[in-house]
Write a protein that binds this ligand. Structure first.
Ligand code: WT7
Length: 630
């Protein structure tokens, strides 16, 4: 692989990667173990849209993570597990042990009748067994669909049903700070409505009482005991499904993004090594939950395929106190630390003594992901965590892209705070104006990608039409990201945020339509509209405008009922921060809600609402302005 060590290397390699992508990616892919190499590096047509990588190649991704590194890494730590409660012992899992555990899960799945291509839902806390479950699926060619353990029964039903999972791997409960979440009872509630699920395996984590359904539910610990340490890897086609991961859509239903084996492996490995400039022996910590793409790509697949030591953290940044992250860095001598702006902003609010009491001298590289980072948070992170000596990589990417797309390369790219800077090799961004024309040079517009990359999602599970409409119809022949973006005179990119109906709350991608439909389930509610507003810690908060059938008598009571409802249907992360009861919504004559106006009201900036004369009822705007919640 061509390693980038300097800005000159970057420029040369970038140029080559664009001039001859097939040669570039073929060379990167050459380092892996394939049972058969490709006939062709890539094939694509964004008008269909279609993209395929390493056509005809055969592999198993877990062989590239496990077998390839053995016996050399037999005793090297693959995973450092740091539990929720610092009083509990951390666990270190070597590559040798990881392989045995993954094989046991693979054998268990096979024993239960799971075969290549079957979908398995994984709804588990951040414990090593979650990693074994994921890689166990990959070992035997089953498709994993991980659902974030903060989602409620309603969200679980949608995700299980959409891809027809045959099995659920879960736990009795999850620890989260000083709380316990009863995962198994959420699964039980969901499965009443999920006829495709035949079997449930439950890992005992919290000791919570679980009712086990005869013939369906068994305990992980009992099942795994008798399993063999060896499990033959299923030989997969490079384009076979590796996993499905759901992300919010701007219309209601979440989208099951499909990722495939070959391209995803090559890209997550390459970007991990390049962006963070990973060096043999370093300890890497990505704080994301494995329920999101960041955890898939940069806790598991990227670092482990590179033979790195990856930290898996079960807890939250504020428990038992605001020094928790810094304590973990000190305890495990973390070298590369990758987190989200929302976490940085919340830790920035705490007294600096929480940082100062820990030795952070092991740190060499810092990263952020998930949303635009504000200037103040960037400088706080740089000064107090990096002590002015660690490059910060602000990595822009998406569930759909599978891996980092635009980002500084640590220690190589000159930094510019709040800028994701330059595209990685092979990545070809295009800045588009409102007429769909590509902007050359500096400017501001919408971000598209005009060339495929190995880890791009291939489709939305079961709905290729929606895939085409969502990503390839705005700018024909190009992939539309949904993000607004600015490019400066040096070609540096700054992502300015979503331009569609997606809001990013604490780094979590939420569709406004999905929140609206859960608010509308309240019997008193006639209609609602949700927008984001700037929030000091969460980045964006959720602001809901709600029309009731009758003016509510007790507004606060109704507010808390609506919040509980959203929490129950989607999950606590989607709860509205502000709920304003309104007599009507600003709609165009064709019935479309003018969210632009609602956004302004939510932002507290009503000085210039733009043209409202095209509205069906312009008067409603005045009423909404008057009742705005500060
Ligand atoms: C959206 C994708 C990538 C994994 C986590 C989120 C926003 C992501 C950045 C960044 C500005 C960012 C974009 C993107 N985003 N990284 N460095 N700077 N914005 O994955 O849930 O699919 O969300 O997150 O708006 O479209 P996701």
């Amino acid at each position: 692989m061509r390693i980038i060590h300097s800005q000159a290397d970057y420029q040369n390699i970038y140029k080559e990667s664009i001039e001859n992508p097939e040669r570039f990616w073929g060379e990167v892919a050459g380092e892996f173990v394939w049972h058969r190499t490709w006939d062709k590096v890539m094939d694509w047509d964004f008008h269909k849209p279609e993209a395929a990588w390493f056509l005809g190649a055969k592999l198993n991704i877990t062989e590239n993570i496990l077998d390839r590194h053995l016996p050399q890494r037999e005793n090297q730590v693959a995973l450092i597990w740091e539990p929720n409660n610092p009083a509990e012992e951390p666990r270190k899992i070597t590559y040798g042990e990881l392989k045995r555990q993954v094989c046991r899960v693979g054998n268990l799945l096979r024993k239960k009748g799971i075969r290549k291509g079957d979908r398995v839902c994984i709804y588990m806390p951040m414990v090593p067994e979650l990693v074994y479950a994921i890689l166990g699926c990959a070992r035997i060619g089953a498709v994993h669909s991980v659902v974030f353990a903060g989602f409620s029964a309603g969200s679980l039903i949608d995700r299980i049903t959409d891809c027809g999972c045959k099995m659920v791997l879960t736990a009795d409960g999850a620890f989260r700070g000083d709380k316990k979440i009863e995962l198994k009872s959420i699964v039980d509630e969901a499965l009443i409505q999920c006829p495709t699920v035949e079997q449930v395996v439950v890992f005992e984590r919290t000791g919570s009482k679980s009712s086990m359904k005869q013939g369906r539910d068994t305990w992980w610990q009992d099942e795994i005991q008798g399993m063999d340490d060896h499990c033959s890897p299923e030989i997969m086609d490079a384009e076979d499904l590796l996993f499905i991961l759901y992300t919010s859509g701007s219309t209601g239903k979440p989208k099951g993004m499909v990722h495939t084996c070959g391209g995803y492996m090559v890209y997550t490995n390459y970007t991990f090594r390049t962006v963070f400039q990973y060096k043999e022996g370093q300890v890497f910590w990505c704080t994301a939950d494995i329920g999101w793409i960041t955890g898939h790509s940069y806790i598991i697949y990227g670092p482990l395929s590179a033979g790195a030591t990856s930290v898996l953290f079960e807890g939250i940044p504020s428990y038992p106190d605001f020094g928790r992250f810094w304590q973990v860095i000190e305890r495990h001598r973390v070298n590369i630390f990758y987190t989200a702006p929302t976490a940085i902003r919340s830790l920035e609010q705490a007294p600096l003594s929480f940082v100062q009491r820990h030795d952070l001298s092991s740190l060499q590289v810092l990263g952020t992901v998930g949303e635009p980072i504000n200037e103040e948070a960037w400088h706080w992170y740089d000064k107090n965590i990096g002590k002015g000596e660690c490059p910060i990589v602000d990595t822009w990417w998406q569930t759909e892209t599978g891996g980092v797309m635009i980002s500084p390369i640590a220690g190589v790219t000159p930094l510019k705070p709040t800028y994701a800077t330059l595209p990685l090799p092979g990545v070809q961004p295009a800045l588009m104006d409102e007429h769909g024309k590509e902007i050359k040079g500096a400017g501001e517009g919408r971000l598209a990608l005009k060339y495929p990359w190995p880890a791009m999602a291939r489709t939305i599970y079961g709905n290729h039409k929606r895939f085409r409409e969502t990503y390839f119809s705005t700018f024909p022949g190009k992939y539309f990201t949904g993000d607004g973006c600015r490019r400066d005179g040096e070609g540096y990119y700054r992502i300015t945020g979503r331009v569609d109906d997606i809001i990013i709350v604490s780094g979590h991608n939420l569709g406004t339509a999905e929140i609206e439909s859960s608010i509308d389930e309240h019997s008193a509610v006639c209609e609602s509209a949700v927008v984001g507003f700037p929030h000091d810690i969460k980045g964006q908060g959720v602001y809901a405008f709600v029309i009731c059938y009758n003016p509510p008598e007790e507004e606060d009571k109704l507010r808390s009922e609506i919040r509980d409802l959203v929490s129950k249907i989607i999950g606590p992360i989607a709860k509205p921060d502000k709920i304003q009861f309104v007599p009507g919504l600003p709609k165009t004559r064709s019935g479309k809600i003018m969210r632009r106006i609602l956004r302004k009201v939510a932002e507290g900036d009503t000085s210039n609402l733009g043209d409202v004369t095209t509205l069906l009822d312009p008067n409603v705007v005045e009423v909404i302005k008057q009742g705005a919640i500060k």
